[in-house]
Write a protein that binds this ligand. Sequence first.
Ligand code: NAP
Length: 250
Amino acid sequence: MSGKALEGRVALVTGASRGIGRAVAIDLAARGAHVAVNYSSSEDAARSCVAAIEEAGGTAELCRFDVGDAEATTAAIAALAKARARLDILVNNAGITIDGLLLRYREDDWRRTLDTNLGGVFHCSRAAARFMARAREGRIVNLTSVVASMGNAGQAAYAASKAGIEGLTRALARELAPRGVTVNAVAPGFIDTEMTAALPEAARSMYLALIPLGRLGTVEEVAAAVAYLASPEAAYVTGHVLAINGGMYT
Ligand code: NAP
């Protein structure tokens, strides 16, 4: 991939205030894209992501909306695409986990997880596809997880939401292909972020033992895979789910 392969492109990264989303936003900006940094509540962190991009010589803007809110999402994406006169790349990264065993799992937590993770990808993709289809070009990259195919005790809602994203990815890939829009996903395993840092030491060691490469992945490694799928070089790749899990599950 050449240094500034995304020059002139406009990208939206949801949940870019920290973790993987932040690394993706910084990486896409370093490759030349103007990046809209989405968040729902962590404004200071989102501002710090924009500042990091600008300090490195890139351009970015804040873009606040809750991906689970269909109306707000549609309006914000339309405003972004109109203001910039294009929207080339959508990275559906925003996600939450509310862990708990099935028998005690609350209805509200089930709904919130599905609405944010799966509903969010649906709302954002629908809003962005309108502009991408018109331009006859676009890239949608979704963040799923190894647990979508592997499963994980205590993560029924999260795993179901991520498996749903994989189905959505494959369906949209077929539906949007005639319009020149590709739709792919990356499925990280155990990545070093605040989400995983919160795990107790015993759980961390247990997961590490399952990873043939013997270490956690980095956010930069996930960002590099997203950047490939968002690049012009990936024009013939669609409907694919790329595992980034150190060999943990294939
Ligand atoms: P994280 O550190 O918890 O960050 C989540 C991001 O999503 C934050 O920027 C948060 O911003 C945003 N967000 C949450 N709810 C939102 C909403 N309703 N609307 C808009 N933004 C929202 O997560 P991460 O570990 O970087 O994970 C990023 C993605 O990768 C997720 O989809 C996750 O499921 C997936 N993933 C992560 C791992 C891992 O090991 N970390 C593994 C597999 C998959 P606010 O605070 O402003 O809401």
